[in-house]
Design a protein around this ligand. Structure first.
Ligand code: FAD
Ligand code: NAI
Length: 493
């Protein structure tokens, strides 16, 4: 048995090493010419964003068929499902990002990347105005497109509540996670300098999360784990004084889940000393205090805080708002995002602009990675068909034989009919609720399965490991989890 186990392990290690080497040594990629061998023009797709939607599109698209230009201020893909684990060090930030260039280099045809932000889109001229993100010598230019894919995601919403933008931290991007970590560590260290009965010490050790959606709930759970499992070893007195509160305007947290799973999670949170403040809507924030209204009594509760994490959902980004405005309120009439049809085409710019992911709005589709991923993949299949139609149309231009033209037209019609509308498959929802437990509401073969607890946590781990965008990410995340299990989380900044 030992002999076979040793051979199996060696083969496994060998395979992973080879796959990692292969991933970091992409094959030679030829620069693409403006035309194909038959003389037809290679069309240009400009993709805005390097998140779930855009990367899914890039991974499924036959990039030899188009000039592909990617524009994003972020030169990496971020695996958001594990972002709540990063401020407390359960998972390292570097483990959940993958450089855009590494994704681009693995494509069959050349993909150009511009580290820039799209500012405006000129729908009539079919061009997008971009600005580099470097602070010095910033550079602005226009990129012409045949097809534009808007996958710019969304930004955290504050609902215009006074003080939120100024005093709270969000949990959307890598710098947000770094900011939260810094604030937590600074608050703990400052509190340690103060006398036990000093009210300032209690304020500094009050960590408040606003928004009981999955972002807020998962982060509160991670924070509680960190305090109970690791900080308690290094600063036992302080760890006992830390108060974690989760403030939610509606009667429940994690409202997207089944009632039984909500109940389970709320009980686990309460048992684990997370102060759940339900039916409590934050109305104002200042440098030290949150003012929240109880939805039943309308009384205003003052909640002193040392660290405030704000997770109340999404709002459209400036470039998306600008695009909505330029297309007019008759076509773009949703405050939630860019209105699209069931083929991901932007209302008012059908045939040339597509929107996917969190920046887009279509009834019944929610702003999740699962939706963005499937939309990106779907769009790649659309572009494949559009390319085949273009090639047939080009062949018709030089065809002298009428029967050839007729046959090509029949093929064009057949392909066009195959551009099906987008059909979303909901595989379910998962969330980490702390204390090595998770909840799952998943669908297999049309049946819905609900589960909660430690086994579900193992399922959560394997599902997210499987979804990581590269083998490098999978290996790093698995090593991070192993590290936490054996030696715990780090307590420094
Ligand atoms: P994003 O992934 O946000 O990517 C947007 C991209 O656009 C970024 O690269 C950004 O830099 C770029 N960009 C921004 N502005 C511009 C501009 N002006 N020009 C060009 N590019 C621009 N969903 C799930 O299904 N499961 C989960 O477990 C889950 N966990 C989450 C945890 C957290 C903490 C968060 C915040 C979200 C989570 N989500 C989850 C939701 C999921 O992350 C989003 O639905 C998903 O990221 C949407 O993909 P996207 O491509 O639309 O946007
Ligand atoms: P969300 O929109 O899901 O939840 C925000 C919560 O904040 C709501 O419950 C809302 O009632 C509450 N809220 C709003 N204003 C408030 C106020 N003033 N005071 C108190 N509470 C207030 O937002 P979230 O969690 O950021 O998620 C965004 C998207 O990302 C969602 O579509 C979500 O499904 C997805 N996501 C999925 C995850 C998963 O599947 N595990 C993890 C994280 C995000």
């Amino acid at each position: 048995f030992l002999k076979y186990a040793a051979i199996g392990t060696l083969c496994g290690v060998g395979y992973v090493s080879y796959a990692l080497w292969r991933e970091s040594n992409p094959r030679e990629q030829q620069p693409q010419s403006a035309t194909f061998d038959n003389g037809s023009r290679r069309k240009t797709i400009v993709v805005l964003g390097s998140g779930w939607g855009s990367v899914s599109l890039l991974k499924s698209l036959d990039t030899t068929q188009y000039n592909v230009l990617v524009v994003s201020p972020r030169n990496y893909f971020l695996f958001t499902p594990l972002l709540p684990s990063t401020p407390v060090g359960t998972v390292e930030l570097k483990s959940i990002i993958e450089p855009v260039r590494s994704i681009a280099r693995r494509a069959a045809g050349e993909v150009k990347y511009y580290e820039a932000e799209a500012l405006t889109v000129d729908v009539a001229k079919k061009s997008v105005h971009i600005k580099s993100v470097s602070e010095e010598n910033d550079y602005e230019t226009d990129l012409a497109y045949d097809y534009l894919v808007v996958g710019v995601g969304a930004q955290p919403t504050t609902f215009g509540i006074p003080g939120v933008a100024q005093y709270s931290s969000f949990l959307k991007e890598i710098p947000d996670a770094q900011d939260i970590r810094l604030k937590i560590m600074n608050s703990i260290e400052k509190a340690a300098l103060l006398a036990k009965d000093d009210p300032e010490r209690a304020r500094l050790l009050s960590f408040v999360v606003v928004g009981g959606g999955p972002t807020g709930a998962e982060f509160a759970a991670e924070l509680r784990d960190y305090v109970n499992q690791d900080l308690s070893k290094w600063m036992p007195a302080i760890s006992k004084e830390i108060k974690i509160s989760l403030v939610e305007a509606t009667p429940h947290i994690l409202s997207m889940f089944d009632k039984s799973l909500i109940e389970y999670s709320q009980q686990l949170f309460t048992k684990g000393n997370i102060d759940l403040k339900l039916k409590t809507a934050v109305k104002e924030v200042d440098a030290t205090t949150i003012y929240a209204e109880n939805r039943d009594t309308h009384a205003i509760e003052k909640i002193p805080y040392g660290v405030l994490v704000w997770a109340t959902g999404n709002a459209p980004r400036a470039v998306a708002k600008d695009l909505m405005q330029s297309l007019g309120p008759e076509k773009q009439n949703s405050r939630r995002g860019l209105v699209i049809n069931d083929r991901m085409e932007l209302a008012g710019a059908e045939g040339s602009i597509y929107a996917i992911g969190d920046c887009a709005f279509f009834p019944g589709l929610f702003p999740t990675a699962q939706v963005a991923h499937q939309e990106g993949h779907y769009l790649a299949t659309v572009f494949d068909k559009l390319h085949r139609i273009d090639q047939l149309k080009f062949a018709n231009e030089s065809a002298t034989d009428a029967s050839r033209v007729q046959s090509n037209n029949a093929k064009i019609d057949k392909i066009a009919k195959k551009i099906d509308k987008f059909n979303y498959h909901h595989y379910g929802s998962l969330a980490y609720i702390g204390n090595e437990q998770a909840i799952a509401d998943v669908t297999f073969n049309g049946y819905s399965h609900k589960s909660a607890g430690a086994l579900t946590f193992l399922f959560w781990k394997s599902a997210y490991l499987g979804m990581c965008v590269s083998l490098r990410n999978k290996v790093l995340v698995a090593l991070d989890w192993a590290k936490v299990w054996f030696i715990g989380r780090d307590s420094s900044v």
